[in-house]
Design a protein around this ligand. Structure first.
Ligand code: SAH
Ligand code: SF4
Length: 366
């Protein structure tokens, strides 16, 4: 018998606690000869962010041990946490499953007075390579599983439980944005699976109105998202002319603006909701009068609004951000043409937690 035949199943095959639904866990309890109500007790802990069975106080020790040995209870390990002056917290997590063991992803908690938003990663690195994005320069290393995506939210919940925000800032997770590392629509399995878990009545119970998926514009995948999980949509537009967008968002060569236009017109929107068009302003590149004119031609003001983003520089970045005054003027010009435009306040910039700055630099020491 060869060595591989006698080894235990690789832990990447273990089911992740963060990916379990109530019926699946009930089924497991039954198979283990446990009362069914234990499933609910375990999920109550899990949904609070407590992933280590050792901390599940009302669970008998033998069952805690069995959970620990039979499931992957902690798919992520917190490697580092950085807190910004404005309350934003950036988390660096290492993956635990063998194929991606030690690879890092990042998530960010952005507190405001009445809401707490978690920005999550969907891939290690990114399959695409937008030239102004730090993640894009990292290359692609792998897709996160549904359990690994949800675990980012759960671990942040646990951190907030242990160390709440101070002052008027919100402590809870009320909103989720898929705007961390990776292109969510290039990882449909992980993203659809995680959306189902985030919205699950026995899981995190988040409404679809509180979840936003940001994508650079993979058309068939956006169509499917709208059919299966019509959450809020944000599109990385960044230019409304094909020649410029081909450079800034290279997926545009495959799915040009006419196709994007058609796709956005068909995306299901609840009443009073908008699609967000993200537009990072790059000095002398996409902040010219011709860009305003192109936006005017492209945008459907009834259904879309533009979120102007300040460029977040990172070491070696090849672009410069548009100066602040010119950003405001750009916004005013759009507004005067009937296009809703807002300037996004950049949060956590001092800890490189802002959009496009995410790139896990930490390397495992051990
Ligand atoms: N891959 C997805 C989601 C992650 S990026 C997407 O592209 O939409 C989240 C947002 O940050 C996107 O709008 C992206 O274009 C923007 N972004 C990337 N790099 C940036 C940078 N250096 N400064 C400001 N925004 C950036
Ligand atoms: Fe990937 Fe989005 Fe960065 Fe483009 S902007 S490289 S799609 S993470």
């Amino acid at each position: 018998m060869t060595e591989t035949m006698v080894t235990k199943p690789a832990s990447q095959d273990l089911v992740q606690l963060s990916a379990l639904t109530l019926p699946a866990l009930q089924h497991l309890m039954e198979a283990w000869g446990q009362p069914k109500f234990r499933a609910k007790q375990v999920l109550d802990w899990r949904n609070k962010g407590i992933l280590d069975p050792a901390e599940m106080k009302n669970i008998p020790e033998a069952l805690r041990d069995r959970l620990s040995s039979s499931l992957m209870c902690q798919p992520l390990r917190l490697v580092r946490r950085e807190c910004s002056r404005d309350g934003t917290r950036k988390y660096v997590f290492a993956l635990n499953r063998p194929r991606l063991a030690g690879k890092m992803v990042e998530a960010v908690f952005i507190p405001e007075e009445k809401r707490g938003t978690v920005c999550i990663s969907s891939q290690v690195g990114c399959v695409l390579d937008c030239p102004f994005c730090h993640t894009g320069t990292q290359g692609f290393e792998g897709n996160l599983s549904p359990g690994e995506i949800v675990a980012q939210v759960l671990m942040i919940k646990a951190d907030l439980l242990h160390e709440p925000m101070t002052g008027d800032l919100h402590d809870g997770v009320t909103h989720i944005v898929y705007m961390g590392m990776g292109e969510p629509m290039a990882n449909e399995e992980g993203v659809h699976g995680s959306l189902a878990l985030l919205m699950d009545e026995d899981g995190l119970k988040l409404s679809r109105r509180r979840i936003t998926v940001s994508t650079s514009g993979l058309i068939p995948q956006i169509d499917r998202l709208g059919q299966v999980h019509p959450v809020n949509l944000a599109i990385s537009l960044h230019a409304a002319m094909d020649d410029k967008r081909n450079v800034l968002v290279p997926i545009n060569r495959k799915y040009p603006l006419t196709q994007l236009r058609h796709c956005l017109d068909n995306y299901p929107l609840p009443t009073q909701r908008h699609i967000t068009l993200e537009y990072v302003l790059l000095d002398g590149v996409n902040d010219q009068p011709e860009d305003i004119a192109a936006l005017r031609r492209f945008v459907n003001p009834e259904r879309e609004r533009i979120n102007l983003i300040q460029f977040n520089p990172y070491p070696g970045s090849p672009y410069r951000g548009t100066p602040k005054e010119h950003m405001s003027k750009f916004a005013q010009d759009l507004i005067s043409k009937g296009i809703r435009a807002t300037l996004r306040r950049s949060r956590g910039q001092d800890i490189m937690a802002a959009c496009g700055q995410l790139k896990a630099e930490t390397r495992e020491v051990s």
